[in-house]
Design a protein around this ligand. Structure first.
Ligand code: DON
Length: 578
């Protein structure tokens, strides 16, 4: 009997191992424990919010339950995430937001990206010999563009909100005043940026302890100055930030650094309404962000290039699929360098870049089982004539209204400068400009002529709040942080979900990869590809760089009337709803 039990135990174990291998053999994905899964995934009937902050998701829910509409909740979420992810985003930064109105089927696209100060110019970040002065665009006063977040939210709320503005700011004020526990990603950012934070009085007082060390995980981080600033924003519909005492304090801190942002810059900040980038993939409609983001354009371009292949039958992480997808990414990034910039300043051939014909021409360049190299793509692709006509979060309700928004201060803790007495971390979005036509930014992407610094211009972004629609009905709302990887992570998640038909959790959990033409490599996020997959790609001529890249997809799908939220299991965040 004992032997029989032992035998059956052995058989069971072997069977389980086989099942595990078989289940895992098609593609690799992030595995998490049940506790983590519960926090990051939810299915609800009425309303869903996915954000990168637990206090933030709760703030959005609080506003909906108090009678606010989806816009009020998005405003509350924006202010709350400014408090809860001070290393990633904040009122000293900017972003993009798309609201999809289920009734009219119209997308309202808001651009509240930072603008270059009036005194900035093409040679702002190079020395007399034309060499890039790297730290100038990353740390301190020169690195900051004029922030757009507060005026952007005020405009969106004025246009579409329902609840009183000041009520939408309250959850963020509470979060700043009462504090929240430092979580691992915030602690890591404090450690990594310690030396830069030490340079500025308020930055070090808020984000480091008395000994100048990062606050430990679990420490309650209180941001009292920020709470007061948010109170003033609540009372003045945000105007004080641009013309009042807050503005004066920002300018004083910037000018103490001998940098240029002035009261005129703040007062003159303009929120822009834009037309969404629209594309399609095998019957699905794609709605995403136009310039000054490169995101929407290249997501549509990548999907257009890939539309002709049957990727599904090849398999989600088959070397052939990875080859074709990487090549499409490479081709898109080559065009990003050549053509993309703020379309208020330079002509961006959007119609061509997002057209099926152009994608068909690019597709012909992709070789069977052989990588394209940086060198062979060095000559810009001829476009022909442009036709003359013309910390992410997602919310969705049961009617099909959607808000997707990506907001940022750029690098961790932005410029590292907290404007004195305000608690505001100033962005370093000026680094998203090309310092010179061949300069390289924080994300290693090559600069280009169209993205050189100019007064009041907006730096090129990759932020891609995106929506997928089918037959007039919402399918998926998503976006992510992570620099140039944003657009490839969004494109891949869309492909995983609608092309490969992975369940939403798996579509988010699957291993991600990224090719941006330069550097000439496929960068892979953990868990890395299977050894055989890697070897096959190397044999095709790809260099494989196994180095995490931090996308954090916040997705919501509408699945037969049920709202399915997944907040990326790789990071801090939460899906909430009811
Ligand atoms: O606008 C952009 O594309 C960048 N400033 C975004 C920065 C970012 O996602 C940083 N995240 N890791």
């Amino acid at each position: 009997m004992k032997n029989f039990i032992k035998m059956s135990h052995l058989v069971l174990t072997i069977t389980l191992i086989f099942i595990a291998i078989a289940c895992d053999s098609s593609y690799r994905q992030v595995k998490v424990d049940a506790e983590n899964k519960k926090k990051h995934e939810l299915i609800s009937d009425n309303f869903m919010i996915t954000t990168q902050g637990e206090g933030t998701s709760a703030a959005g829910l609080e506003i909906i339950k108090a009678g606010g509409n989806i816009i009020d909740a998005a405003v509350a979420v924006s202010f709350a995430i400014s408090v809860e992810r001070p290393h990633s985003t904040g009122i000293g930064g900017g972003g993009f937001l798309i609201y999809y109105d289920a009734k009219t089927k119209k997308s309202h696209v808001y651009d509240f990206r930072e603008m270059a100060p009036l005194k900035s110019h093409k040679k702002y970040f190079v020395d007399a010999e034309g060499k890039q002065i790297k730290d100038k665009s990353l740390t301190g006063g020169f690195a900051a563009g004029t922030p757009g977040l507060v005026r952007g939210l005020a405009k969106i709320h004025k246009d579409l909100g329902k609840m009183d503005w000041d009520k939408t700011v309250q959850p963020a004020i509470k979060l700043a005043r009462n504090g929240f526990k430092v979580y691992p990603a915030l602690h890591n950012a404090m450690s990594a940026e310690r030396d830069r934070l030490l340079k500025f009085t308020d930055s070090k007082e808020i984000f480091l302890n008395k000994a100048g060390e990062p606050w430990p995980i679990g420490h309650v981080l209180v941001q009292e100055d920020l709470a007061k600033t948010l109170e003033t924003i609540a009372q003045t519909y945000g105007e004080d930030f641009y013309t009042g005492d807050i503005a004066k304090k920002i300018v004083a801190s910037i000018q103490e650094q001998k940098a240029d942002m002035s009261m005129q810059d703040l007062a003159g900040y303009e929120v822009k309404k834009r037309d969404a980038i629209k594309g399609s993939y095998k019957g699905y409609e794609i709605i995403s962000m136009p310039p000054p983001s490169s995101g929407g354009t290249h997501i549509v371009q990548i999907l257009n290039i890939l539309e002709d292949y049957d990727l599904k039958s090849m398999g989600v992480q088959n070397p052939k699929t990875i080859h074709l997808t990487s090549a499409a990414m490479q081709l898109a990034f080559r065009d990003r360098q050549r053509y993309m910039g703020d379309s208020d300043f330079v002509d961006v051939p959007l119609k061509t870049l997002t057209s099926k014909d152009y994608a068909a021409r690019l597709r012909k360049l992709i070789k069977k089982n052989k990588a394209l190299s940086f060198e062979e793509l060095k000559t810009p692709s001829p476009l022909g004539k442009e036709p003359e006509h013309t910390t992410h979060f997602s919310l969705m309700d049961k009617e099909g209204n959607i808000v997707v928004s990506t907001q940022t201060i750029n690098g961790w803790f932005g410029s590292a400068l907290v404007a004195e007495g305000t608690g505001i971390v100033m962005n370093n979005e000026m680094d998203d400009f090309a310092a010179s036509a061949s300069g390289v930014n924080l994300f290693g992407a090559l600069g280009g002529e169209n993205n050189l610094v100019e007064a009041r211009k907006r730096p090129l972004s990759s932020m891609s709040p995106s929506i997928v629609i089918k037959d007039g009905k919402p399918v998926l709302a998503l976006g992510t942080p992570s620099g140039t990887r944003i657009l490839t992570c969004v494109a891949q998640t869309i492909l995983n979900y609608i092309e490969h038909e992975l369940p939403l959790w798996e579509a988010v959990a699957a291993t991600r990869y990224h090719h941006q033409w330069y550097p000439d490599e496929i960068r892979v996020d953990p868990p890395y590809f299977y050894t055989n997959t890697k070897k096959e790609l190397q044999a095709m001529g790809y260099k494989i760089n196994e180095k995490g890249f931090g996308c954090s997809i916040q997705a919501i799908a509408n699945e037969n009337g049920k709202l399915h939220g997944v907040s990326d299991m790789r990071g801090y965040g939460q899906a909430v709803g009811f």
